[in-house]
Design a protein around this ligand. Structure first.
Ligand code: NDP
Length: 450
């Protein structure tokens, strides 16, 4: 291995030994940019890698709120302001019991590369809390969001840091967060949060953007490999949240047959094809569980999750779209998918494939659309929402969707050409990392030692 890379990897591991997700994300990027580092020995002298992997700032804070029983509950809030190299920090907020510093740092780190790939002027950040919104009343959610924003407002602003949603943070939560920000700041700063409701500054097509973007990327990847398409392909999609639902919608529009979706407890397999309207009704309107699907479609089957391997990956499919969470697709599951003849994987979630699963797919020549590139449509559309807010203007759905489509085509082309330049054709994981690293390195050199 390149000596400089080896040194940086050893140092980052020593300094952050307990942060496994963050180390996994850093290692994946660093190993895949080795040919670029070989070509640029001057990077070592300016500690370019060391600066790129260290967050500019990490903020942690106390978030107390009163639940419906009158009890005071205290959670921990985070905002990782990773990089402002090419724009204000930008990245979602996640409310989930699994949230910790390692997960925040990995997501913030991934976000820099993803945002760079969009070609738009946005830096990288991430935040959230170990609060679990599941099973909470609207009042509890509102009080928690207000408490969270009471601290977060000191650190954000439309030209400073612009959070959005992620797991557990949807339009409802963004609304409560925005209301509290406005109340404290006494100013209507529309571009301070994205994923807002359409009645007060949100963008049409933002809700659909990550899922649609994933399918646009998949369409390009399939077309550039023997002119394949989504038509008549069988698709399985993990998760049944924002990303999964709109990936399903666009896949269906392109003539694919989606046969399975899941949530954290298990998956539904419907050989007749998933009834998306029912999934939307269960998940978006009632915040219910995916097994409720069987109340209407008796012919469908439900498989409960028993261990770290989600049962959804044992189902035979042409295309698998992990759209739930990090490390949800293990080596074991990757082997099942390959044995069952999968041709392409599209990462809707962030880092959903474990390191071993990724390596296995690449070694078996399975087309792999990496998260940084394939799910960048969400943040790209958030940037379009910020532009609309600055212009005091609303774009029609088709205009935003067309922009998104163009951005995803550009991202795909950047990944493809970067991989080709380094003789790594069809390795879009390396392509995405190299394309975005190259741009970040230029920006870093241009701005001096900061
Ligand atoms: P949602 O909260 O809307 O949905 C998350 C889905 O994943 C739910 O179905 C949830 O099931 C399931 N899930 C959560 N944790 C686990 C777990 N440990 N194992 C299995 N399933 C799980 O989130 P999003 O759809 O917004 O986000 C999904 C992924 O996409 C995340 O990795 C996020 O970072 C990434 N992403 C999201 C973007 C966006 O615009 N929303 C943009 C780019 C990336 P349950 O209901 O049971 O919890």
């Amino acid at each position: 291995m390149n000596k400089y890379l080896e040194k940086v990897l050893n140092e980052v591991t020593k300094k952050n030994f307990s942060e496994k997700e963050y180390l996994q994300a850093v290692e994946e990027v660093l190993l895949s940019i080795e040919p670029v580092i070989e070509k640029h020995p001057e990077y070592e002298k300016i500690a370019l890698l060391e600066r790129m992997i260290e967050p500019e700032r990490i903020i942690t804070f106390r978030v107390p709120y009163v639940n419906d029983k009158g009890q005071v509950i205290v959670h921990r809030g985070y905002r990782v302001q990773f990089s402002s190299l090419i724009g204000p920090y930008k990245g979602g907020l996640r409310f989930d019991p699994s949230v910790n510093q390692s997960i925040m740092k990995f997501l913030g780190f991934e976000q820099i590369f993803k945002n760079t790939l969009t070609g738009l002027p946005i830096g990288g950040g991430k935040g959230g809390s170990d609060f679990d919104p599941k099973g909470k009343s609207d009042g509890e959610i509102m009080r928690f969001c207000q408490s969270f924003m009471t601290e977060l407002q000191r650190h954000i602003g439309q030209d400073v840091d612009v959070p959005a949603g992620d797991i557990g943070v949807g339009e409802r939560e963004i609304g409560y967060l925005f209301g509290q920000y406005k109340r404290i700041k006494d100013t209507y700063e529309g571009g301070v949060l994205t994923g807002k409701g359409l009645s007060y500054g949100g963008s049409l097509a933002r809700k659909e953007a990550t899922g649609f973007g994933l399918i646009y990327f998949m369409r390009e990847m399939l077309a550039s490999n023997n002119n394949q398409s989504l038509k008549d392909k069988t698709v399985t999609i993990s998760g049944s949240g924002n990303v999964a639902i709109y990936a399903c919608q666009k896949a269906l529009e392109y003539g694919a047959k989606v046969v399975a979706m899941s949530d954290s407890k298990g998956c539904v397999y419907d050989k007749n094809g998933i009834d998306l309207e029912l999934v939307k009704e269960i998940k978006e309107q009632r915040r219910g569980r995916i097994y409720e699907y069987l109340n209407i479609h008796k012919q469908a089957e439900y498989f409960e999750r028993e261990n770290e391997d989600s049962p959804i990956w044992a189902i035979k499919t042409d295309i698998a779209l992990p759209c739930a969470t990090q490390n949800e697709l293990t080596l074991n599951s990757a082997k099942k998918l390959v044995t069952n003849g999968v041709i392409a994987i599209g990462e809707g979630a962030n880092m959903p494939c474990t390191k071993e699963a990724t390596e296995y797919f690449l070694a078996n020549n399975i087309l792999l659309a990496p998260a940084k590139a394939a799910n960048a449509g969400g943040v790209a559309t958030s940037a379009i929402e910020m532009s609309q807010n600055s212009m005091r203007y609303y774009m029609p759905f088709e205009q935003v969707d067309n922009e998104l489509n163009k951005i995803m085509i550009n991202i795909f082309n950047s990944c493809k050409s970067a991989a080709k330049e380094y003789n790594l054709e069809n390795n879009y994981v390396a392509g995405a990392n190299i394309a975005s690293f190259t741009k970040l390195a230029k920006a870093m050199i241009a701005q001096g030692i900061v």
